[in-house]
Design a protein around this ligand. Structure first.
Ligand code: HEC
Ligand code: HEC
Length: 348
């Protein structure tokens, strides 16, 4: 509710701004008074600010004031997300690596970009990115809007350039019209990145059997094995919740979870250049985890059984490995319970 009144205030401010501008330009309007003013885009039906649909137990996401969601923006962003026009050779769209029917991942170890080139990291899902404070495995990108530039300009992904992409879109009269309708502005890096981010924020998932159990109090939603696994996950036996806690199963911090003694990808240290950040990666959400194999920043684990075996071992020795991670000494049944619990986090 708070958020809604915040939206109203923003609109109010916008109208005040408009009036002041109109007042300033009254003499000009006098001279050109025969020129008809177009209907401001704010007034059109598709530009009413809408609310993102948020599952029970989730907070309302933080939305930048210059990119409030409207139907026109979301529809435009979705079209752009799935349009290969944004890659140099028009073969790859965002949706080629974040596939809708694969929970917005590609189920590959590392992604395949233009010219069948292999990338260096595993494609994370974009489900619930509305809640991320920064993006990429190393957190090197600060906003969802800015993130859009990354894959467009990555030579191994879409291999293009944001300005060339804008120039190409301007040749499509339907896009010219859609951008005007959605933002009241022409196609630019500003509006292009905003439209895609506006769509991405609609992809929110929190409707798993685990949520039925927690939010609706449906005690039959989880099996006995899954409940045992949940207790390991949230208890001192498994310690998973320290990093994978909260509604989105992540604390959004960076950790070295002991995958390697020597890291080929330095992770967070790529951004901070600190030796103490080598091998630290953004803790991923575990929602829909059964559907987003393979796992980790390099896709090195094919199954959840392998992941649980890894944590059970306590991980490899590394000076930056989190001190929380110690051998768990789980029994065969407990390991299976933990895997079963992870599988209960899938959106129905
Ligand atoms: C060639 C495959 C590929 C394409 C095309 C691609 N992505 Fe990605 N995406 C990835 C990979 C791999 C990562 C992880 C990169 C990293 O961490 O360095 C990623 C990361 C992301 C993230 C960050 C997720 C997180 O958890 O931090 C978002 C958001 C995202 N992509 C959106 C997009 C959008 C929007 C487009 C289109 C403009 C796009 N992607 C195109 C493969 C791709
Ligand atoms: C110290 C923090 C920490 C703890 C504790 C922890 N994790 Fe993780 N987890 C991470 C990080 C960081 C990654 C990503 C590491 C990478 O890609 O190199 C990760 C990755 C994963 C992944 C793969 C996710 C994906 O999308 O690829 C799964 C599954 C997982 N953890 C489950 C668990 C379970 C189950 C436990 C408890 C036994 C646990 N984690 C304990 C930090 C932690």
């Amino acid at each position: 509710m708070n958020t809604y009144s915040k939206f109203k205030n923003i609109h109010y401010l916008r109208f005040v701004g408009r009036r002041q501008i109109v007042l300033l330009f009254i003499p000009v309007l006098f001279v050109f008074s025969c020129k008809k003013e177009p209907v401001p885009y704010e007034y059109s039906e598709g530009n009413k600010v809408v609310l993102y649909t948020v599952p029970k137990g989730f907070p309302y996401p933080t939305v930048p004031v210059d990119n409030l969601p409207t139907k026109n923006r979301i529809v435009l962003g979705k079209r752009l997300f799935f349009d290969p026009v944004l890659s140099r050779d028009s073969t790859i769209s965002c949706g080629s690596c974040h596939l809708e029917d694969k929970y917005f991942t590609d189920n590959l170890k590392v992604s395949e970009g233009i010219g069948k080139q292999l990338g260096v990291r595993n494609a994370p899902t974009i489900i619930n990115v509305a809640y991320h404070p920064y993006f990429f495995w190393d957190g090197g990108n600060p906003t969802l809007e800015q993130q859009v530039v990354g894959p467009i300009e990555n030579p191994l992904e879409m291999g293009f350039n944001i300005n060339e992409a804008v120039a190409r879109l301007k040749k499509h009269s339907d896009y010219v019209k859609l951008f005007q309708e959605a933002y009241g502005k022409e196609i630019s890096p500003f509006t292009l990145t905003r439209a895609i981010a506006c769509y991405e924020r609609t992809i929110i998932s929190g409707n798993s059997r685990y949520d039925d159990y927690i939010q609706k109090g449906d005690t039959s939603a989880l099996t006995t094995s899954e409940k045992n696994g949940m207790n390991i996950f949230f208890g001192e036996k498994g310690e998973c919740f320290h990093c994978h806690g909260g509604f989105n199963f992540t604390d959004n911090s960076f950790a070295n979870n002991g995958l390697y003694t020597t890291y080929a990808d330095s992770g967070r240290a790529r951004i901070t250049l600190k030796a103490s950040d080598v091998g630290k990666f953004k803790t991923p959400s575990l929602r829909n985890i059964d559907n987003t194999a393979p796992y980790m920043h390099d896709g090195s684990f094919a199954t959840l059984v392998e992941v649980v075996e890894h944590y059970n071992s306590g991980g490899k020795k590394h000076p930056n490995k989190s001190p929380i991670l110690l051998p768990l000494k789980l029994t065969v049944t407990q390991k299976q319970d933990l895997v079963n619990f992870l599988k209960s986090l899938t959106d129905k």
